[in-house]
Design a binder for this molecule. Structure first.
Ligand SMILES: [Mg+2]
Length: 182
């Protein structure tokens, strides 16, 4: 059996099992592009006043602690218009501190999305009702699911590194996006 066949069989079996466990996820907005294409006006029209941003692959390449210029420009506009917190499942305190310095935003780690561990801290900072908050992230099963559970608006974007990632990651990503109802 070659790798592609294995992927397909595994995909069907996994998809079947996961779909029994996970509700269908319907993001408020889906962008077939990275976060920099998320329009300010789209968010304003939804009545959004605050953002919960995912970190890895949404606004930074994983483990980089580096903000690409296009993302920085996008973030500068968003900072002028919204209250923002960054919520990540990343657990490395040293790395999170570096990210905090680069972003100049509150960064909450150990969030265990889609569960609620980091959410209360995020809500304390934003001080907004849940329907005025949008979660922006690249992962349906963490970011979108979390948003759906808390009544936030949800914005699903393509991963920043989607074009350069290894094949197995691409496969998992496709599988995860199969939960999305458009
Ligand atoms: Mg992510």
């Amino acid at each position: 059996m070659n790798y592609n066949q294995l992927s397909i069989n595994l995909s069907k079996e996994l998809e079947y099992k996961l779909k029994q466990m996970v509700p269908f996820l319907k993001p408020t907005l889906i962008y077939e592009d990275d976060v920099t294409k998320v329009h300010l006006e789209d968010l304003k029209q939804l009545g959004v006043e605050g953002l919960i941003l995912d970190l890895d692959n949404t606004i930074m390449a994983p483990k980089s602690a580096r903000l690409d210029p296009p993302v920085k420009s996008w973030l500068d506009i968003m900072k002028k218009n919204f209250k923002i917190v960054v919520l990540t499942n990343n657990k490395r305190a040293f790395y999170l501190e570096a990210v905090r310095q680069v972003l100049d935003l509150p960064v909450i780690g150990f969030a265990k999305k889609p569960w609620s561990f980091g959410i209360h801290e995020a809500l304390d900072i934003l001080k907004l009702s849940n329907d005025k908050i949008a979660v922006i992230g690249d992962r349906p099963l963490t970011d979108t699911w979390l948003g759906q559970r808390f009544g936030f608006k949800t914005v699903l974007v393509k991963a920043l590194t989607a074009d350069i990632e290894p094949r197995w990651k691409y496969f998992l990503r496709k599988l995860e996006w199969s939960f999305i109802k458009r």
